[in-house]
Design a protein around this ligand. Sequence first.
Ligand code: BGP
Length: 473
Amino acid sequence: MSFPSDFLWGGAIAANQSEGAYQSDNKGLSLVDILPSGQHRIEALHHPRKALNTTYDYYPSHEAIDFYHHYPEDIKLLAEMGFKVFRTSISWARIFPKGDETTPNEEGLRFYDQLFDECLKYNMELLITINHFDTPLYLVEHYGGWRNRKLIDFYLHYAETILERYKHKVKYWLTFNEINMMLHLPFFGGGLILEEDEDHNQVKYQAAHHQLVASSLAIQSGRTINPDFEFGCMLAAGEIYPYRPHPSDVLKAQQENYEQYMFIDVQAKGVYPWFTERLFQDKNVQLSMEKGDEQILQENTVDFISFSYYSSRLTSADPEILQNETHGNAFSTLKNPHLNASEWGWQIDPTGLRITMNSLYDRYEKPLFIVENGLGAKDSINENGTIEDNERISYMRDHLVQIEKAINDGIPVIGYTSWGCIDIVSAGTGEMKKRYGFIYVDRDNQGGGSGQRIRKKSFYWYQEVIRSNGEFK
Ligand code: BGP
């Protein structure tokens, strides 16, 4: 046995990291549009109030790779690799520029019609994220983001609009990108600006509850719009290991794993898991639910479990050991002495992908869809004009080997969409220099570069992988 014959090979991007054209055709601003790039980025994500009141250089994110105008050429290249599926997101602020309007922006809707038609021309399935870190800025400034229950109605109206519009074009839908990001980067995840004098856990979990209800309502509507739709949840995954075999570390790792699954438990099983009451007590959270919420969650669970996987993590119950945690990105972790790391310190652990898949399948028994995975690296063009991204190839090869093993173990896997299949702006740094693509885009952080697309070595490698349905790796 190997990869199933209908395995969906492909790649993924997100609207806000690729499209550019950040104000074209009536698009409103989204929260990402006010974030700087480079060293101030993570700081701004943690202190969004400051970002709102500061003017930065917005290169390269406002222009990104100008996918908005280059998509025919880009999709053609993805088709040349043999893509069976393409994942991107719809920009909420292109459809509803402020977020709370009743009438959608026809020009925004038309753009996605054209983009999707282009993909369908090459027989690519579409996997669409309804909301990928880009809540309209107006909803952040005037409603407080997802802390406000009204966001459920705005999101639902947006979701119903696109589900209806693209019902004959899109089959696979993800309601929220990395829904657990609400706990780690709440501005990204939920447009939350947390005040110093408020209880952060209370606001974050309440906002997450609103997203969970919104997700279920969108699924409920979607199933009446087209019963063939397939809906997935989306988790920023990565098994958390104990630093030592000490039982206290093992227990801590287990509890942290459970906590990261909490939202997926709700989306896949329809109920808050057994440990939630105690967790909320410990964190002093009082979730406010409306009548009917529990039933909505219960009745509208997802069809498949999708997730991003870049790395495993490491934790300890010993505060002294924990002092050595790194906090560079969304997740903190201890350094695993058995693993190498990328230039950005993301630890590389292909076996961890298989472990994560085992955990997810064991917990939910629903098909898995790996919708993000890849190596962010600085690529350079050689004198002869080629890009030899050998590290990317071995990163992906090693991860595909583990996916194949998981499939052979008996886990149903729908597909694999590698992250940033064409170079895009990095979410964490807002820069172009952290690249994931099979296709190089000649753009730098200062807005320079021709925008030219160049096939990297990995392009030809992935083309062979797809052509042989994963035999060649
Ligand atoms: C995930 C996001 C993506 C993405 C990726 C890589 O968390 O869903 O939007 O960009 O991580 O992160 P980065 O771009 O920071 O390397």
